[in-house]
Design a protein. Structure first.
Length: 290
């Protein structure tokens, strides 16, 4: 029986918190792990033809830190650019088909993003032909709307957030990796691939929150060998010129909770003002504190 097979029970392989860190990042706290992804954002409304609104290209840079209780903090910065679906040029103005208006595009620039993996984290990976394993995790999200938690129609942010007191979305991740790398004792699994889907409301910059349209993001990516300089040119350029902090991951938490989201970022007064003035996003290294 091979080393890989010795861990299997009917084709399933248990994963603990340390395994998850090695798949997602690295157990070496001195190292940042870069992931790049690409995909599409589609719109869906019952009774209408789904549309491809954007292509996307994004990256994250993550550091894992083991805490005294045995859990791990994943500390991340992430950027995602919205691209023209035909030309793949970075969009700065987008024509909203529901309002028939041009709006400023606010690209994702979330800094920092936090996730804690409890010591009792346990998943199962399924063996695949060729020696790879996959595991899938879905994350239902629901929390007070950062723009307008009371859904107040008189709020100045109502045009961007609408009547949603609760922000809700669903994210699903499938990770794929070689069993041989999982069995190795190295601090990271370098060949990790990730497949990501997200359903969510229309984004605040679209200014049509009450349409009942759902956004569906479908993307795939992989760990980047080396550092941010090995990213595709469009991401490398935006980091070099506008977001130099994204060259490395945070070294420690500066607050509890999950950090910055696209919606809490948009709610910042300086971001909202820049949006109203038609600024080019992402803004140069925005303040870390929301």
């Amino acid at each position: 029986m091979s080393t890989a097979d010795s861990h299997d029970i009917a084709g399933m392989r248990p994963l603990n918190a340390t395994d998850l860190v090695r798949i997602r990042a690295s157990t070496d706290e001195s190292k940042s792990t870069v992931i790049e992804w690409q995909g599409q954002v589609l719109s869906y409304l019952p009774g209408e033809q789904p549309k491809v609104l954007f292509k996307v290209k994004g990256m994250s840079v993550t550091r894992a830190k083991k805490l005294e209780n045995g859990s791990y903090d994943l500390m991340t910065r992430e950027v995602q650019l919205y691209l023209d679906p035909s030309t793949e040029e970075v969009l700065h103005v987008w024509h909203n088909p529901w309002s028939d208006k041009d709006v400023t595009v606010v690209h994702v620039a979330n800094n920092p993003v936090y996730q804690n993996l409890p010591v009792a984290s346990a998943f199962e990976a399924r063996s695949q032909p060729g020696g790879n394993y996959t595991f899938q995790v879905s994350i239902p999200l629901a929390y007070p709307n950062p723009l307008n938690p009371s859904a107040d129609p008189e709020s100045s942010l109502y045009p961007y957030s609408g009547p949603q007191a609760l922000y809700s979305a669903i994210e699903s991740f499938t990770f794929s990796f070689p069993g041989m790398e999982l069995n190795d004792s190295a601090e990271s699994i370098p060949s990790t691939q990730v497949f990501w889907t997200r359903t969510s409301p229309l984004l605040p910059f679209m200014e049509t929150p009450a349409t009942n349209v759902t956004l569906l993001t479908i993307a795939n990516g992989a760990k980047v060998q080396g550092d941010w300089q090995n990213l595709s040119s469009v991401l490398r350029d935006v980091i070099e010129t506008q977001l130099p902090a994204y060259k490395d991951a945070p070294i420690s938490r500066d607050r509890p909770g999950g950090g910055v989201s696209s919606w809490s970022y948009f709610a910042r007064p300086e971001v909202l003002q820049a949006y109203k003035e038609g600024a080019t996003f992402p803004l140069p290294d925005p303040p870390v504190n929301p």
